[in-house]
Design a protein around this ligand. Structure first.
Ligand code: NAD
Ligand code: TDX
Length: 335
């Protein structure tokens, strides 16, 4: 199988590339990524040694550059490429609409033209908006996005649905809860807090710190997407979640405890505007219909993740300084 993976130099995408090369060495992966601030080829050192892996620096809104990739005979598209950080979407929504909506539509158009066998849109539980103290998001929960980020992801989801309904494109949409694990950019809660705690800096907790997220180890997300590619029924949406609800203060306290740092580092700061209170996923459909089973337990997964950041301290330093971008320009020239 020849797969086009977009956004494969980011957090989940790079974990997915590693997962697929390990689990399906017979497949070929072409990774297309424009290498924004969040894309890091250093995450893919091991993959770059494999003969069945290729990388191309392309923006997913660049139709003619993408066409040259589709001409290589792509069978499956998995679209991870996105602007992914909610706080950035509040400061600068334009690029979210461009990449997340227009980029997805460009990929859909080419997928239709080239008659691909499967298009998987990697979406998020944030398109459903927020929950109160009880209840879970199912695939039938109405879309009620609250941030420019989630609105742009919801827009993309509707386009994916429309290309199935109107043109018969074989699509699936996956909606996953918060991921944690190696290679996450240190703007997101867990790596940011680890990084600040190690530096002895304060840990900025938004509002009262009681917002709840449903945490899933990134490799369990990857195995779910793999199943959807192979067994997903065309046109269907699959929710993916780990059944691991924690409020932000609980997550931060676990990090401080594991790093032996004092809770006095916690600083309550101004809340995120439009901050969703609680996310929680009902993953019954993917479990029962596709046989998905998450492998990782949150209590051990979070500790392993903290240790990964500890032993990859230099990775974090290079990401923060952006020096991997300078390395890339030197190695391959400016694009
Ligand atoms: P990330 O920000 O770490 O990575 C995004 C990648 O996309 C980067 O490599 C970046 O360079 C690339 N990219 C951005 N704009 C591009 C463009 N115009 N053309 C080509 N490449 C571009 O994001 P992530 O956390 O790995 O998330 C991946 C996907 O999963 C996103 O679609 C996100 O919405 C979704 N998602 C993330 C989570 C989570 O917890 N992180 C949860 C559910 C869904
Ligand atoms: O400094 C912080 N302080 C803080 O209290 C940051 C960065 C976050 N938070 C809170 C906000 C959220 O309640 O922690 C929670 C998690 O925040 P993020 O890591 O920014 O993730 P979230 O907004 O939940 O979105 C994530 O999960 C769904 C991903 O970034 C999205 O791409 C994905 O779709």
């Amino acid at each position: 199988m020849k797969l086009l993976v977009t956004g494969g130099a980011g957090f989940i995408g790079s974990n997915f590339v590693h997962y697929m090369l390990r689990e399906h060495p017979e497949d070929t992966i072409i990774n297309v990524d424009s290498l924004t601030y969040a894309g890091n080829l250093e995450n893919l050192h091991a993959a770059a040694q494999q003969p069945n892996y290729q990388f191309a620096r392309i923006d997913i809104t660049d139709r003619s550059a993408l066409r040259s990739i589709f001409e290589q005979g792509i069978e499956v598209v998995v679209n991870f490429a996105a602007e992914s950080h909610v706080d950035r979407s509040i400061l600068e929504p334009d690029v979210f609409v461009r990449t997340n909506v227009l980029g997805t539509q460009t990929l859909l158009d080419l997928s239709k033209e080239f008659g691909i066998e499967k298009f998987v849109q990697v979406s998020t539980d944030e398109v459903y908006g927020t929950l109160g103290d009880t209840g879970l998001f199912t695939e039938l929960t109405p879309l009620a996005a609250n941030s420019p980020y989630s609105a742009s992801k919801a827009g993309a989801d509707l386009l994916v649905r429309a290309y199935h309904e109107t043109f018969g494109l074989p699509v699936n949409i996956t909606r996953c809860s918060n991921n944690y694990g190696p290679y996450q950019f240190p703007e997101k809660l867990i790596p940011l807090m680890i990084q600040n705690a190690l530096a002895g800096q304060s840990l900025p907790v938004y509002g009262d710190g009681l917002n709840v997220r449903d945490w899933l180890y990134v490799e369990d997300h990857c195995s779910a997407i793999d199943l959807v590619i192979r067994k997903g029924e065309n046109g269907e949406v699959y929710n993916i979640g780990g059944n691991n609800e924690r409020n932000n203060l609980q997550v931060v306290r676990t990090i401080l405890k594991e790093l032996n740092k004092p809770e006095s580092l916690i600083a309550f700061v101004k809340d995120r505007p439009g901050h969703d209170r609680r996310y929680a996923i009902d993953a019954t459909k993917i479990r029962e219909q596709l046989g998905w089973l998450p492998k990782y337990n949150y209590e051990t997964g979070i500790v392993e993740t903290i240790r990964w950041y500890l032993s990859n301290h230099e990775w974090m330093e290079r990401v923060k300084s952006g020096s991997y971008i300078k390395y890339y320009e030197k190695q391959y020239g400016e694009h």
